[in-house]
Design a protein around this ligand. Sequence first.
Ligand SMILES: [Zn+2]
Length: 116
Amino acid sequence: MEHLTKEQIEELKNILLKWKEELLKDTQESVGEPLSYEGGDEIDRADAEAERFLTLRTLDRERKLLKKIEYSLTKIEYGTYGICEICSKEIPYERLKARPVANLCIDCKEAQEENE
Ligand SMILES: [Zn+2]
């Protein structure tokens, strides 16, 4: 990651750490909410189920994102951050700033999406 200055790496690392902190706070708050059926009729119960499902789906997405953030932070430690995992090209700082968990350059990302 020689294409990134120390300051740029530090900045991206801070973004990742802050993001991680927010996500952790968020997931803990969602998990902490108890689900109560008491006193509710059938419709309330259906609503609660739907909401619960949405929460779980969001949590699942957040957990995956957390993993990506952890992964990016590890790569910063090992000095492999900002390098495309397919073609080993440098990922420009602008792209990393817009998406700090990016592990592919734009060309490879687009190629991958076409194959999906
Ligand atoms: Zn690439």
